[in-house]
Design a protein around this ligand. Structure first.
Ligand code: ATP
Length: 499
């Protein structure tokens, strides 16, 4: 039964906490830095840290029960702003010396992930961390959390804050955007997901420009719908890739109720459990540092003062996970999650598409399924653009002599291949609409010399790749199937141990 003091000081939150493992209780005391204008100024934030930390620590220590003593001091080693980290680090070293207890150096982003796992009592969740400076998806494999996807430029929170700064709104911008988005309508903004990675700077610039032509409520609404759909897509890909059926959230942006609703809906559709911790554990706080610090202490993962320098660029995948059994990583075949349907049918569950295997008929049916969690116009646009891109790539590969599957359109039962490559698939509806002008699902008017793009067409369009077995098995091994069944058939409630 231990008592651990946590100290957080990576950016805006001068925070201290006391975690009691006997009671499973966490006391958190935070004093927030609020910039007078603009965003966070690192030296001003460090100055705030210097003034506020002694008081919050004193308040946290006042929660130590009579007759008990603190067992360790845990602090955020990084990532974060150098001046703030150094101040909080020095404070933590001084306190551990004064109390004569061990020092524990915690990775701040892993603390976001682990406090969610602790609160939900999950075994091996995927974690989506969405804060100001950081945006990434984590999952344990071996003795490390792996970064399965991350932003290639700014964190989603910083993108939102920069957008609101453009409007002259005070920091932080996220809650203000959430409020204004309630009355908004959708306007198209750029959606950038590349594989498992995300990019927010183009979205932020387009949102700024859109305020010249659209009501700010509409831009706020669309910014959220676009950014959060991107986050949900990458998270679903991570669930699919790992075969995990648990998701936890971390970071200040995760306080957003629209983001929580989208992810909850996505998990429910997949039969995965979802947990969004209380707001006080989502934004920066020392509670999560104390909780992970206690686990590290129990594993003997302490740090000598002379080796405890802070690490402003401390990525979560650089920290060895000492406090839990290594994940052998063999419980699933990476890349393919299969689900046994009630009728005995085996189905590959991807993130954006459902693939039905029919080896006897040498066929694979691939459907780019509609996602209810995202706005219908975002959904229609993505499925249309990606289907077109896939058709073009298949055709281009065929022109270069690469064996490609023959694409059939089921409504008319016609092979769409040609000697020059695959013709894009069309449905019977589309055939009728050829050569006409129409409105696309995204609201753009287009000349349909290619094929029609009504939502009905896209819902009913099926790609059937025939001869896949002959073509693919000749060139590469048959696709692997995981035998691991989905653990949760339906979404199940989480959070049985919320502090
Ligand atoms: P980290 O060090 O973990 O990267 P941080 O210093 O960015 O964290 P957090 O408290 O995790 O701090 O996150 C702050 C961000 O969260 C800010 O960008 C803020 O605009 C955003 N935010 C706060 N509340 C909301 C909300 N309701 N909706 C969207 N964004 C929000």
């Amino acid at each position: 039964m231990t008592l651990v003091v946590g100290i957080e000081g990576t950016a805006w939150a001068a925070s201290a906490a006391l975690y009691d493992t006997r009671e499973e209780s966490v006391t958190v005391e935070t004093d927030a830095y609020q910039p007078a204008t603009g965003g966070i100024d690192p030296s001003e934030a460090a100055e705030h840290m210097r003034e506020a930390l002694p008081t919050v620590i004193e308040r946290a220590l006042s929660a130590v029960p009579d007759g008990r003593e603190v067992d360790a001091v845990a602090f955020s080693r990084g990532p974060g702003l150098g001046p703030c980290l150094r101040l909080a680090g020095t404070t933590a070293r001084a306190l551990s010396g004064t109390l004569s207890v061990p020092l524990v150096g915690v990775n701040h982003m892993l603390a976001h992930a682990e406090v969610g796992r602790w609160a939900a009592d999950f075994e091996a969740p995927v974690c989506l961390n969405t804060s100001g400076a950081n945006t990434h998806v984590l999952a344990l494999r071996g003795d490390r959390y792996r970064m399965l996807g991350e932003t290639t430029d700014v964190g989603v929170g910083n993108a939102i804050d920069k957008f609101t700064r453009h409007l002259g709104w005070s920091h932080p911008g996220g809650p203000k955007v959430e409020r204004r988005a309630r009355d908004g309508a959708y306007v198209e903004l750029p959606y950038t997901v590349t594989g498992m990675d995300l990019s927010f700077s183009g979205l932020m610039s387009a949102a700024k420009a859109a305020t010249d032509d659209h009501p700010v409520e509409d831009v706020c609404f669309s910014l959220q719908e676009t950014a959060f759909a991107m986050l949900a897509e990458v998270t679903e890909r991570a669930l699919s890739l790992t075969g995990a059926d648990e998701l936890v959230l971390g970071g200040g942006v995760a306080q957003n109720r629209r983001l929580q609703a989208m992810l909850g809906e996505m998990c429910e559709a997949r039969g995965a459990a979802f947990h969004a911790p209380e707001d006080r554990f989502l934004r920066d706080n020392a509670g999560m540092i104390a909780v992970l610090g206690a686990r590290m202490l129990a594993a003997g993962d302490t740090v000598a003062v002379e080796e405890s320098r802070v690490r402003p660029d401390y990525r979560p995948d650089r920290a060895a996970v000492t406090w839990r059994d290594a994940d052998p990583g063999q419980s699933h075949e990476r890349g393919v999650t299969t689900v046994d349907e009630p009728g005995g049918e085996r189905r590959v569950r991807g993130a954006e598409a459902v693939v039905d295997l029919d080896p006897d008929a040498s066929r694979v049916h691939k459907r780019r399924v509609s996602k209810d969690y995202r706005h219908e116009r975002v959904d229609a646009r993505l499925r249309r653009d990606r289907t077109v891109l896939e058709a073009r790539l298949t055709a281009a590969a065929r022109r270069e002599g690469v064996p490609t599957p023959v694409v059939h359109e089921p409504a008319c039962g016609r092979s769409a291949s040609s000697s020059r490559g695959c013709t894009p698939p069309v449905s019977s509806t589309a055939t009728r609409r050829r050569g006409t002008s129409g409105s696309t699902p995204s609201g753009r008017t287009s000349s349909t010399s290619g094929w029609a793009t009504t939502p009905t067409t896209w819902r009913t369009t099926r790609w059937i790749y025939t001869s896949w077995k002959a073509v693919w098995s000749a060139r590469r091994p048959t696709p692997t199937r995981s035998s691991r069944p989905s653990r949760a058939a339906t979404a199940r409630p989480a959070g049985r141990r919320r502090p």
